[in-house]
Design a protein around this ligand. Structure first.
Ligand code: SF4
Ligand code: SF4
Length: 470
C-alpha cells in the first residue's frame, strides 16, 4: 500500500508592490505683487528688450526693412550688410560667443539671465501684470477662482485672456515680420491675403507665447529649459546667488513690531511668507538654494520691505555667495572666470576681424566636363563657368583676369556688371600653345576685382588640363 506524502505550497507570497507616481499635478501659483529696486531693474531691462524687439522690425535702410531674413532669396539683411547662406559660419560663431558669454555671466552672477532677461521670464511678468489689473492681487485671484462662474468673473477672465492674446499676437506678428516685411505682412494679415506659411507661423507663435507665459510659466524653467539643468554645474562657492541668511533669520516666528524678540529666542524672520508669495516659481528660499530658483530677486524686494516695516536691517534675503554665507572671503576674480573672459575676448576679436575682412564678392569656378580641346590654331583650350555673387548692396562692375601659366590667353568677357545681390554665371575660355604647357595638369587662378573699388576683390583656384607632356 502506497503512502501519500502531503505537499505544502511554500512559494513565497508576492511582495506588495508599491506604485510610486512620478507625475505631480501642477499647483497653480498665485503671486503677490510687490515693489522694490530689483523689480524696477527688471522692468527697465524688460522695457529695453521690448523696445529693441518691437522697434527694430520697423526700421528702414536704403528703402527696405533694415533687419530682414529674406528666406526665399536666402539673404539676411542687417542694415548695410547682406549675409548669404555661405556666411552662416559667422552666425554659428556668434551663437558660440553668446553661449560663452552666458557661461561667463553664470559663473559670475548665477541665474541673472533667467531672472531678468530670459523671454520666458519677461513674458511671464507681463502676463502676471495683466492678471493683477484684471483679476486683482493674490488673495482676490484665489477667491475669484473658488467662486462659481458669474458675469463679473467671466468679464474679468475675458479681459485677462484678451490682454494675453493681444500681447501674444503682437509678439508673433513681430517675429514673422523679421522674415516677411512687416509693412506688407500686417495689411495682408488683416485683409486675409497673406500666404499660408506666414499665417501658420503667426498662429503658432501666438499660441506658443500664450501657452508658455499664460499657463506653463515656471514649468518651462523647471522641466523644459536645458540651461536650467546644466548651469548648476557651473556654480562655484563664489557665484552670486539669492540666499536667505539662516544665522540671522532663525528661529523664525511671528512677533509684535517692537517686541524684544531676541530674548524670546527669535531671529529676524517673522515668518510672514511674503518671500514665498512673491516667488514666481512658488518656492521657499528659506529652504536653501534650489534648482527652481531663477534668481529674480523678487524675494529680496519683498523681504526688504518687511525688514523696513519692522525696523530691522535689510538683507535677510540677499545676493550673496556660499563663501560669504560661511564667513569666508569671496573671490570675485578666479581662474575659471579669467578663462572664460580670455576665451570670450579672443573669440570676439576673431569674429570682429572676420566681419571686417568679409569679402563683398564671391567667386566659384566650375570646370567644363570636356577636359581640353584643340582649336583651329592648334592651341589648347579649357572652358570654365564662373559663378559671381555680388554681396554688396549696390551694382558693381568687375574685371576678370586669370594667371598661373605664361602666355595664357583669356578669351571672353573681361568686364561684367552685377546688380546688388545678383548671382551671375559667366562662361569663359583660356587657351595656350601646347609647347608652353609645363605639365598635363596645371594650377591656375582666376581674379575678380571691382573696377572702381580696390577693396572688393577675390580669387579662386582651378586647373588647366592639357595633353600629356613628353
Ligand atoms: S526664490 Fe527668490 S530669487 Fe528665487 S525664484 Fe523665487 S523669488 Fe526669485
Ligand atoms: S519675507 Fe523675510 S521675514 Fe517674511 S518669511 Fe520671508 S524671510 Fe521671513
Amino acid at each position: 500500500m502506497s503512502t501519500q506524502i502531503p505537499v505544502k505550497d511554500v512559494t513565497p507570497a508576492p511582495a506588495k508592490v508599491e506604485v510610486i507616481d512620478l507625475y505631480a499635478n501642477r499647483e497653480k501659483i498665485y503671486t503677490r505683487s510687490f515693489t522694490g529696486i530689483f523689480r524696477n531693474l527688471r522692468m527697465l531691462g524688460g522695457a529695453v528688450l521690448f523696445l529693441l524687439y518691437f522697434g527694430t522690425v520697423w526700421l528702414s535702410w536704403n528703402g527696405r526693412q533694415a533687419v530682414w531674413w529674406n528666406l526665399p532669396e536666402r539673404k539676411f539683411y542687417i542694415f548695410g550688410s547682406t549675409y548669404w547662406p555661405q556666411d552662416f559660419v559667422l552666425l554659428s560663431a556668434l551663437l558660440i560667443i553668446a553661449a560663452f558669454g552666458l557661461f561667463f555671466i553664470t559663473v559670475f552672477a548665477g541665474r541673472v539671465w533667467c531672472g531678468y532677461t530670459c523671454p520666458q521670464s519677461v513674458y511671464t511678468w507681463i502676463f502676471m501684470w495683466a492678471e493683477k489689473i484684471t483679476e486683482g492681487d493674490r488673495n482676490q485671484r484665489m477667491k475669484l477662482d473658488k467662486t462659481p462662474m458669474s458675469a463679473k468673473k467671466f468679464l474679468r477672465k475675458l479681459a485677462k485672456h484678451s490682454i494675453w492674446m493681444g500681447v501674444s499676437l503682437a509678439t508673433a506678428i513681430t517675429f514673422v515680420g523679421y522674415f516677411t516685411p512687416i509693412r506688407e505682412l500686417i495689411p495682408e494679415l488683416f485683409t486675409l491675403q497673406t500666404g499660408g506659411w506666414a499665417l501658420f507661423w503667426v498662429g503658432f507663435f501666438t499660441l506658443a507665447t500664450y501657452g508658455n507665459a499664460g499657463y506653463l510659466r515656471e514649468q518651462v524653467c523647471i522641466y523644459m529649459c536645458p540651461y536650467a539643468r546644466f548651469q548648476s554645474v557651473m556654480f562655484d562657492q563664489d557665484t552670486l546667488i539669492v540666499s536667505y541668511d539662516p544665522r540671522r533669520g532663525e528661529a523664525r516666528g511671528p512677533r509684535k513690531k517692537d517686541a524684544d524678540y531676541k530674548s524670546q529666542g527669535l531671529g529676524d524672520c517673522i515668518d510672514c511668507k511674503m518671500c514665498v508669495h512673491v516667488c514666481p516659481t512658488g518656492i521657499d528660499i528659506r529652504d536653501g538654494l534650489q534648482i527652481e530658483c531663477i534668481g529674480c530677486a523678487a524675494c529680496i524686494d519683498a523681504c526688504d520691505s518687511i525688514m523696513e516695516k519692522m525696523n530691522y536691517p535689510k538683507g535677510l534675503i540677499s545676493y550673496t555667495t556660499e563663501h560669504n554665507l560661511s564667513e569666508q572671503k569671496t573671490h570675485l576674480v578666479r581662474p575659471r572666470l579669467i578663462g572664460y573672459a580670455v576665451a570670450l575676448l579672443v573669440m570676439f576679436g576673431v569674429f570682429a576681424w572676420a566681419i571686417a575682412d568679409r569679402s563683398l564678392v564671391e567667386l566659384d569656378v566650375l570646370k567644363d566636363r570636356v577636359l581640353y580641346r584643340e582649336n583651329e590654331e592648334g592651341r589648347i583650350e579649357n572652358v570654365y563657368t564662373l559663378k559671381i555673387m555680388n554681396k554688396a548692396q549696390h551694382a558693381v562692375t568687375y574685371l576678370i583676369t586669370a594667371d598661373g601659366l605664361d602666355d595664357l590667353v583669356y578669351e571672353g568677357k573681361r568686364e561684367i556688371k552685377a546688380v546688388a545681390g545678383e548671382v551671375l554665371s559667366l562662361p569663359v575660355e583660356l587657351s595656350i600653345e601646347p609647347e608652353k604647357l609645363p605639365s598635363s595638369t596645371n594650377e591656375i587662378t582666376f581674379h575678380l576685382q571691382a573696377v572702381d573699388d580696390p577693396s572688393i576683390k577675390t580669387n579662386a583656384a582651378s586647373r588647366f588640363i592639357g595633353p600629356s607632356v613628353r
